[in-house]
Write a protein that binds this ligand. Structure first.
Ligand code: ZN
Length: 141
């Protein structure tokens, strides 16, 4: 009886210890590695890049990242996103997503940078947020 109880206990412990190996992968990286088709892989990659972009914006917003670093990293992620989207396009998936993303990114950026660019850094006159050049002195904003 004691031996049987011991055997059951060992078996249960074994199941408990090994169970993480049989669970669904949670991380995007694992999902990416396990994905079977190009489409799966690209969609996962896209999700990763978008999450990175979101994290990046959060870091910047919390002041843990300078604007120069933010812009450099952001353009890197966006370039990667563009590549992924181009490949997805070739596979015939996600039509119209490109525009959707550009719109989403532009919206986020407008919210992030609007207060900072209210005045021209060169002449100090008021500037409409989103404009590329100062209407008074022509300084690049
Ligand atoms: Zn100006």
């Amino acid at each position: 009886m004691l031996i049987m109880a011991g055997t059951i206990l060992v078996a249960l412990a074994g199941v408990y210890v090994l169970s993480p190996l049989f669970k669904e992968p949670k991380g995007n990286l694992e999902a990416e590695l396990l994905a079977e088709t190009d489409l799966d892989r690209l969609l996962n990659r896209k999700a990763v890049v978008y999450r990175n972009l979101k994290d990046l914006e959060l870091e910047f917003h919390m002041g843990r990242l300078g604007e120069a670093d933010f812009r450099r990293l952001e353009s890197g992620y966006k370039a990667e996103a563009a590549q992924v989207l181009e490949k997805l396009d070739r596979l015939g998936a996600d039509e119209g997503l490109d525009e959707e993303i550009e719109k989403a990114v532009a919206g986020r950026k407008a919210r992030l940078f609007a207060p900072a660019s209210a005045n021209c850094p060169a002449c100090g006159s008021g500037v409409t947020p989103g404009k590329k050049f100062c209407p008074d002195c022509g300084h690049k904003l």
